[in-house]
Design a protein around this ligand. Structure first.
Ligand SMILES: Cc1cc2nc3c(=O)[nH]c(=O)nc-3n(C[C@H](O)[C@H](O)[C@H](O)COP(=O)(O)O)c2cc1C
Ligand SMILES: [Fe+2]
Ligand SMILES: [Fe+2]
Length: 397
């Protein structure tokens, strides 16, 4: 499918994003079943500013699209880098080489880090402090530092007269933009579920910084949210702000549980299915994942809305079953246990390992629900009674 032609987003503001349908894993970690867009924007206020760019391999396509909008590339004065990750700015060296008069505009923190990524010479950098503005002649850009979303240097750029907030990764979603670029032109449910997966994969570790950033933009009249991945929000601005607050708070559904299991020969699977069934009977909306089948990206995304995680796994070579271990590690890396509870059920033949799983979950921020259950490969009466008590404890929280 063709990438849509550059489009007007607001008066004098144009989307010049590109689509990546080749990359299979974002950051070499997170699946991209429908590709991903790298959105970038042209703001024409007399002088022209580019808001974010594209990965290195899209440099030529990107500048071609900018040229379609501005005609004469010598009108471009500034390249605003809201975030330094190469998915948005790998093209920087090429752009600066082609457009010798262009200056890079970046946060003070970014200006210190920029050389190690793109070797931008100091005389081509304008470092902006929080709240600084840039006059384009007829209109003004304002820079709002929003650090740690998800790197230390991140900022938002706000176009004052038309209320467009360029947020880079914040509010981003996986999925190339094909049939449209606005929230009211695309299959919004699909993109919102991909925005949630993007949030948990990329941004979630910094939930507290999300809350700070949301507080900071409260006084602004935001009429359009223009992120650098996925659709642009013009009809669902307040809904996206609400969702981000909910995911970041976190405000999970107290009656929603995720059962995650690993199983080589099927016994642990049976136990996990039994637990999931008991949780449903106790009134939980429950999803169940086989860690060997489901990509962690989706397990984590489900957990954003769930309150309880139940991990059911066999001991493997004296440790936690490897695919479960991987998810536990990612839960720690993303600090996803904050505001949630977890339970552990460990099957084994000669060496229980529940302590390892409990410690990993605690490090991720979960509160552990007792009893922690250790059971032989074939659970006995005592183990089944403990599982009954565990389900009861979960349902009484
Ligand atoms: C490759 C392999 C390594 C294992 N390592 C251990 C171990 O270190 N300690 C232990 O108590 N059980 C170990 N087990 C036994 C399993 O934990 C036990 O059989 C478990 O119930 C398997 O669950 P499943 O039927 O769902 O695959 C191992 C099993 C396999 C196949
Ligand atoms: Fe990023
Ligand atoms: Fe990004």
């Amino acid at each position: 499918m063709e990438t849509p032609a550059p489009r007007a987003v607001a008066d004098g503001v144009f989307w010049v994003g590109v689509n990546d349908r080749v990359k299979r894993l974002f950051e070499a970690l997170w699946p991209l079943p429908d590709g991903v867009s790298y959105n970038a924007y042209v703001v024409d206020g007399g002088d022209v500013a580019l808001i974010d760019a594209a990965p290195e391999e899209f440099a030529y396509e990107y500048l071609g699209r900018v040229g379609e909008v501005v005609g004469d590339l010598s009108r471009v004065k500034y390249l605003v880098l809201n975030h330094l990750e190469p998915d948005h700015h790998g093209a920087t060296p090429y752009i600066l080489q082609r457009l010798k008069h262009v200056k890079v505009v970046a946060s003070t923190t970014a200006s210190r880090l920029i050389h190690s990524l793109y070797k931008v010479p100091a005389d081509r950098i304008i470092a902006v402090k929080d709240g600084d503005t840039l006059d384009l002649g007829r209109r003004r850009l304002r820079f709002i530092h929003a650090p740690w979303l998800h790197w230390p240097e991140t900022m938002f750029t706000y176009l004052e007269d038309s209320g467009v907030l360029f947020t880079c990764d914040a509010f981003g979603a996986y999925g190339a933009l094909e049939r449209g670029i606005f929230d009211d032109e695309v299959d919004l449910n699909r993109y919102i579920s991909e925005a949630r997966r993007y949030y948990v994969n990329i941004v979630a570790k910094y939930g507290r910084n999300v809350i700070d950033a949301l507080e900071k933009i409260k006084p602004l009249d935001v009429r359009i949210i223009a992120p650098s991945h996925g659709p642009i929000y013009r009809r669902h601005v307040s809904e996206m702000l609400r969702l981000y607050r909910k995911w970041a708070a976190p405000e999970p559904d107290r009656r929603r549980a995720v059962v995650l299991f690993g199983s080589m020969y099927g016994r642990t699977r049976q136990l996990a299915e039994h637990i999931a069934e008991e949780l449903r009977k106790a009134g939980f909306t429950t999803s169940i994942y086989d860690a060997s089948d489901a990509h962690p990206s989706y397990i984590l995304a489900d957990l954003v809305e769930a309150y309880a995680l139940v991990v059911v796994y066999p001991t493997y070579d004296g440790g936690v079953f490897p695919y479960i271990h991987n998810v536990l590690h990612l839960l720690q890396s993303k600090s996803l246990g904050r505001g949630r509870v977890a339970a552990v059920v460990n099957t084994y033949v000669w060496a229980p390992t529940s302590r390892q799983a409990v410690e990993a979950l605690q490090k991720a921020g979960f509160k552990i629900v007792e009893p922690v259950v250790e059971t032989k490969a074939l659970p006995d009466e005592k183990a089944l009674a403990e599982i009954g008590r565990l389900v009861k404890a979960l349902s009484e929280i």
